[in-house]
Design a protein around this ligand. Sequence first.
Ligand SMILES: C=C(OP(=O)(O)O)C(=O)O
Length: 330
Amino acid sequence: MEIIAEIGQAHEGSLGTALSYIDALSDAGVDAVKFQVHIAEAESSIYEPFRIKFTHQDETRIDYWKRMEFTLEQWKILKLRCEEKGVEFLASPFSNAAVDLLEKLGVKRYKVGSGEVNNLLLLEKIAQTGKPVILSSGLSSFKELDSTVDFLKERNINISILQCTTSYPTQPENYGLNVIKELKNRYNLKTGYSDHSAKTETCIAATALGAEILEFHAVFSRKSFGPDASSSLEIEEIKELVKAVRNISEALENPVDKSDNSRFADLKGIFEKSLAVNKDLPKGHILKFEDLEAKKPKNKGVSAEDFQNLIGKRLKSDIKKWDFITKDNF
Ligand SMILES: C=C(OP(=O)(O)O)C(=O)O
């Protein structure tokens, strides 16, 4: 399982905050820390509407993107910090200029956000790098995904694909956990889940349903400013999630063979019981179901699993309450 923590815009354009996120998330045990590379002039214009107008600080959406930009030098610092902390620096570009920037950083692969699935210009640019792509599907139908997957396959790109719902925060009826398996069956690619539910249980369920990659938004506090804060997981939740996901992954990698219980032989013996009577019974009494009890340990008399053979049998001797029943009693 690959666990990717998406910082998105949670850094609010501050290099220091972005570095703190790398530190906190690598300590939480994720495999990759993910950024979005926004180069305002290359990807947007004054005509772009706000997805959520959460601040009056930025007059227009492009002003917001400008505030989220880092310089190449700053990106180098962020990537270096990821390397020092032993996590992959992963990013989604939102323009061809952003791909050029990421190439200068020497990234290993690319994430394509849900909004870019039909941006063939960007996909062509990424494909020209020859590097693997993780494709998100939050806004796409199968038909659109088919074309994008074909487009990348024709260019020999190694693709992974994520179920995602672009709705912030995503409500249970829209998680689409069923789609993880459908994507796997349809494309036979490495398949995962990109979460916006802000709930660890969604990611754990996705793991159990076969996701091989998990991505979720991270934030220091869901009360923070920002478009994704309410759809994100906090650091303590991420720590717990990482542990849970690693455990479930290990469980899934070790399927249990229920047809063979030989490993329980000793323990099973400790749990097994022998038959006893629950009242004083006189010689000549005919045993009924209501007379019987099953008590530990096993092998003290007739085994509990053989109780049906005793019903209707006549006692040859008295037997005291809670005494075990043996063959000699008949
Ligand atoms: C928007 C992104 O991804 P997703 O669609 O998976 O949320 C992204 O990676 O930048």
